[in-house]
Ligand binder design. Sequence first.
Ligand code: GAL
Length: 685
Amino acid sequence: MTKLDKEQRFLHGGDYNPDQWLADPDVLQEDIELMEEAKINTVTVGVFSWYALEPSEGEFVFDWLDDVFEKVDKMGGKIILATPSGGRPQWLSEKYPEVNRTDAYGQKHHHGFRHNHCYSSPIYREKVQRINRKLAERYGKHPALLMWHISNEYSGECWCDYCQENWQKWVKNKYQHLDKVNEAWWMNFWGSRYSDWSQVTPPSPLGETKVHGMDLDWKRFVTDRTIDFYQAEIEPLRELTPDIPVTTNFMAEGHDNHDFIPLEGLDYGKFAKYVDIVSWDSYPDWHNNYESLAETAMKSAYVHDQYWSLKHKPFLVMESTPSEVNWHQFNKSKRPGVHMLTSFQQLAHGSDSTLYFQWRKSRGNSEKFHGAVIGHDQSAENRVFKEVAEYGARLENLTEIKGSGKDVRVAILFDWESNWALKRGGGFGRPTRKYPQTLQEHYAVFWEKDIAVDIVPSSHSLENYDLVIAPMLYLMTEETMAKLEEYVKAGGCLISSYFTGMVNENDLLYLGGLPEPLQKIFGLDVKELDTLYPEETNSFVYNEEQFSIHDYSAVVSVERGEVLASYQEEFYSGSPVVVRNTLEQGEAYFLAARTERDFLRVFYSELIEKLELANTLIDNHDPEVSVQKRRTKDTEYYFIMNFSDKEKSVGIKSAVKDMESNEMLEGLLALKGYEVRIVAKNVQI
Ligand code: GAL
């Protein structure tokens, strides 16, 4: 059991940057008093403190951090201590320019302030290990130290000589023989064949090199390089503080085009294996002008669930905001009650924390307008502060939920590699591939019905799921196909679609139609894949209702499956759109075209009924109300969340206990706009 497991409270707090305020000694004391008032119990310190800790090479200054540790400890709080590699000091870039990144055009970057160091540079690794060792030596045994926060939001690529050399080694190690590289990347095309290892250089600049297999491997290499750097970072920490857990904060992306999906650039499915607990920084665009609050909540829920699924264990929300996010295009304030609502949503999906960026609003520089617990008025008489304090007080009544698990019987498969390969390839509609966004469309149906879903990599075991949803799994290995076949044969229910099983792990097409195991599973073969312009549609009738198709239509020939719907237009009019097949104990459905969510709702409602997936305790048919469950061996905890400003109600079918008032509830439960109720039910397994 780590210190984090032993911590009984939900973590409430976040990034604390006292080193911005060292010139004002009263601020630290005032911070502690206000933290107590806001029910803050955990602070993340030192994310960008390298300069404050080492103002010149080899000169270490810890007195201010000692003071923070003492004061936080005295208030009964805990510290997540960051390694400061995310923001290196100026002296380091100046003295050792190799630590700065080189871009794809070979240009060495200037200091750049944060997040742009080279992951290969030996001197950077050495300097990072040195400061990390100092921190571990000084604070490793401090009672307030709860966990390590490694660097900050790792991302990006570098094309310096060290990285090029490492790339060549990585390729050599993977393929051993140059012929194998030529084969895997199909290098006879354009006569690109390598005749010597020295020719194996990175795809630089990306986009001009059109070797798809190479680009895919480069992305894998970038993930491996990042993990390698991370492992070098944690080496002294593992040695000196083996009992202190380690994490690094993952991200989500897509705000500019109205998406909200896990970061696409790094394979977090792989990275997660190297952290003790998954954590991520959550900045959905609440209150935007393009979708309802409930739709944003669905997308946010999806990312939470994906991060839960990386380890099937509680994760941490390492950063979020009590109010505005200064880097969004528009930065609307959270309406009263929405901070509470969106923070409880984190817990409802498996987070054991609500942590903020940041505690005190900066006076100047890049993020001075970012929401924070203490605003520029520096007062507790402030709406945002009061809402944070109110949330903190509510958390104190809910501690028994911390560490609890989830019951999940539905899985969506997502592979970062498949996403990279599909996005990189030519053909089809460039802006409409939208693999994670399409998965989110499927997910939305379950979220609207309060049914928990895991989003797992295809390497994950499928045994415990009654339903596996794997549309658009473009890159599929033979092992995955065999696993899906076994899953269906053993009684599972599998859903897939157009774009599935097209290429192998090298992005080489499978020849001879849909690979044989998939033909067996779905009872069909795929003959063509038609791309529609955004303004075009096709249609089909399913259960006597008409539905529309957009973006993609596969033309399939059915061998054994049962045709449930057919295209109404185009040269393939009359050919199948929805096909069901059975294989031994199980069944599989193939959706040949991209449909709207209205069809998915109808389609899945039959399976939800057949597989008895629906929530039986809380009757809720309102898609703006979300009910999510966490559980221990003998208790189920339901978070009932109203994602609208209108009054709503749900029906409670058998008595539950309100976790905060302790009253027993049954029958109709009314919720005010944005309200959250948390109820518990004792159960026996
Ligand atoms: C995060 C980052 C923080 C801060 C925050 C503002 O991505 O880790 O340091 O910049 O965004 O939203």
